[in-house]
Design a protein around this ligand. Structure first.
Ligand code: SF4
Length: 350
């Protein structure tokens, strides 16, 4: 591990100023992802500014919705009664991620900022434009089974790993930040970037810009998160989806759908949302929406299996969210399966 300096911030203003004025500086909260990258010789910060002691650990009602402080742990948010009752997809996504020990440490701001699990990114011996701009991309032409179907570029085909981010994108969450130029609000679907020619930049956050809270706007419908992974726990999504349905009697008034594990950012699928709005929920409708969601997918050499898997997962999520099919597994937990088991069935076209 490279030498670095460490500083504990007493206020958000102080933290922002310290990072903003120091090239190579970064914030650290739970450290559950960041420290791994430092130990793996992937990230070499000059200065870590510790924001874990800042008073950003409240979950409170806000403008008809909920405001979650940036420093709230993933565990505290997952089991908060308002989040479980009104934003089930958020709770389910959090409980589908990592281990209990990591959820206890990881913060709500840090979770959506975790970096890709592309294996070449985490191996300094491999070419990787995200880790070292201009060095190339070993995944293109390599073993790219966990990589992107949408929005990739000739420089990077990585996917974003956060489960929580997918649920927040579907629920139109907003990110509150404090930066060197003051506070601002970012719509969650705009937080992450596509790779383009600058895959080393994951988000639109500026150097020294600190997330202070995540707002969940008022929502009177049902939401749900489902994930398929290579083993039943402590694994990242091959494909996931978050669905938020608002009903008008028996009719779907508004639908929001975000996919995970398929792009450099949580992937909202407008065509599927438009197909669902104003319709009565049926399996036939959900099949059509799932087909529309993946119509523009551009598979790589080893990841075409994600298309039928994602379609089938989305149909299942819509059936469960609309009540046409009972929830699978214990209430409040996300579905997960090994590739050889139920996930293998999900990968079968139908
Ligand atoms: Fe690096 Fe992106 Fe290529 Fe993976 S896909 S090796 S993260 S440039």
């Amino acid at each position: 591990m490279h030498p670095f300096q460490y500083q504990r911030a007493d206020s958000a203003d102080q933290a922002v100023a310290a990072v903003a004025k120091t090239p190579g500086a970064t914030f650290i909260a739970g450290g559950t992802s960041h420290v791994d990258l430092m130990k793996e010789d992937v990230h070499h910060p000059s200065l870590l500014v510790d924001v874990s002691a800042l008073p950003l650990k409240q979950i409170a009602a806000f403008e008809g919705g909920v405001r979650i402080g940036a420093g709230v742990s993933n565990t505290a948010a997952a089991y908060h009664p308002d989040i479980q009752a009104k934003y089930a997809a958020v709770s389910e996504a959090l409980l589908a991620g990592a281990s209990v020990q990591i959820r206890n440490m990881a913060s709500m701001a840090g979770n959506p900022l975790q970096r890709t699990r592309c294996p070449y990114f985490r191996d300094p011996a491999q070419a990787c434009n995200k880790r070292e701009p201009g060095s190339g991309c070993a995944a293109i032409g390599g073993y790219n089974h966990v990589h992107a179907l949408f929005g990739a570029s000739a420089a990077c085909v990585a996917t974003h790993p956060s489960d929580l981010a997918v649920a927040l994108a579907a629920l139109d969450a907003r990110v509150q930040t404090l930066g060197p130029r003051g506070p601002r609000t970012i719509a969650f679907p705009e937080l992450h970037r596509l790779p383009g020619n600058t895959p080393h930049l994951d988000t639109v956050l500026e150097h020294g810009e600190l997330i202070t809270a995540i707002d969940l706007p008022a929502f009177a419908g049902r939401s749900h998160y489902l994930k398929v992974r290579e083993r039943a726990s402590y694994a990242y999504a091959l494909v996931s989806c978050a669905v938020a349905l608002e009903m008008d009697g028996p009719t779907i008034r508004r639908a929001r759908v975000a996919l995970g594990g398929v792009a450099h950012k949580p992937w909202r699928v407008g065509p599927a949302e438009a197909l669902l709005a104003g319709q009565l929920p049926t399996e036939q409708l959900f099949q059509a929406a799932a087909k529309a969601a993946f119509a523009d997918a551009q598979p790589l050499e080893h990841n075409a299996y994600k298309i039928p898997m994602g379609r089938n997962l989305l149909v299942r999520a819509l059936l469960e969210t609309s009540g046409l099919q009972p929830l699978q597994g214990p209430a409040g937990t996300a579905f997960a399966a090994s590739v050889g088991g139920v996930a293998g069935q999900l990968a079968t076209p139908r």
